[in-house]
Design a protein around this ligand. Structure first.
Ligand SMILES: C[S@@+](CC[C@H](N)C(=O)[O-])C[C@H]1O[C@@H](n2cnc3c(N)ncnc32)[C@H](O)[C@@H]1O
Length: 290
């Protein structure tokens, strides 16, 4: 159960093996389809974001998209009617076997996201969802995305763990100790943010050390530093970069308590004061234009 020592053993190749192992198991057991991001309200939310990025930004059709780490097709399902051709890239065949190919404009490739088989400037739109933290290093991936996008093309990457959030939770846990139990909304985040492998081992029945090796950036670096990622994106050729913050601390309990309007008011307020409230959001969404 203790997984701390295994963290030092994570290497680029072990991350690949762990990803294939974990995702094959999650796909086979049907557990992957129960991931929270598949809930209808999140699908609607992501669909709206995709619409706002595709129609106003991409210019004249036909449009070609690449979805990195496409898995079972979460983003492909949400954009196949908005895009003329989509190429999905993944290393886990058992995940890709579940992609719905019936729309007819979807092409799948078993390939690492860091080195795809496409010529330079092939795509108008490059996407990833719940993917970047599964890499050992995000930099070769962003470099590859910049290479295969045409000038003016858009890169969209969502559900990336926010290091500032994980650090804030971690500081609260060490400062308050067991007193944190008096703050249930914060307390329930501690396990997910700090003991991710063990948390999912209990809920999904997948080996904790394997899960931690499958999410190296979360396990080893506590997620992403937004400024650092955007600065790297500029270095590899993106001309415009921005980050948006998703899913504030306590948003789930408020929505599940059937107060979605309250959640929206709080979200809008926190967006208003974002420069000092970024650490209250669990995830980062990156939008880069080449
Ligand atoms: C959490 S799943 C996300 C799948 C899908 N994007 C979604 O939102 O449901 C992460 C996916 O990334 C894939 N993956 C991990 N490392 C990869 C790499 N280096 N290249 C391509 N795919 C990779 C895994 O096989 C898995 O299908």
């Amino acid at each position: 159960m203790k997984s701390t020592n295994s963290r030092t053993d994570i290497s680029p190749e072990r991350a690949i093996e762990a990803n294939i192992h974990v995702h094959s198991q999650l796909a086979r057991t049907g557990e992957y389809a129960r991931s929270p991001h598949f809930r209808p309200e999140n699908r609607q939310h992501v669909r709206r974001i995709l619409e706002s990025l595709i129609r106003p930004h991409l210019g004249a059709r036909p449009w070609r998209a690449i979805d990195f780490g496409c898995g079972t097709g979460f983003l492909i399902d949400l954009m196949h009617d908005l895009i003329d051709r989509i190429d999905g890239i993944d290393i886990t065949p058992e995940m890709m076997r579940q992609v719905d190919l019936s729309p007819g404009n979807i092409h799948l490739h078993e390939s690492r996201a860091e080195s795809t088989p496409f010529p330079d400037e092939t795509f108008d739109f490059a996407t990833s969802y719940s993917f970047m933290d599964h890499l050992f290093d995000y930099r070769p991936f962003i470099t590859e995305a910049a290479r295969v996008l045409r000038v003016g093309g858009v890169f969209f990457s969502d559900l990336n763990p926010n290091r500032a959030f994980i650090d804030a939770i971690s500081q609260a846990a060490s400062a308050r100790g067991s007193a944190l139990e008096g703050f249930p909304v914060v307390h329930r985040e501690v396990e997910g943010a700090l003991n991710n492998g063990q948390y999912y081992e209990r809920s999904l029945g997948v080996d904790a050390a394997m899960l931690e090796a499958a999410e190296p950036i979360k396990t080893l670096s506590r997620g992403f530093d937004a400024t650092e990622v955007m600065s790297f994106a500029k270095d590899v050729g993106f001309s415009q970069v921005r980050v948006e913050y998703e899913w504030f601390l306590g948003q789930g309990p408020i929505i599940n308590g059937e107060r979605p309007k309250d959640a929206e008011v709080i979200r809008q307020y926190l967006r208003l004061v974002e420069p000092v409230a970024g650490h209250l959001f669990k995830y980062l969404r990156f939008v880069f234009i080449k």
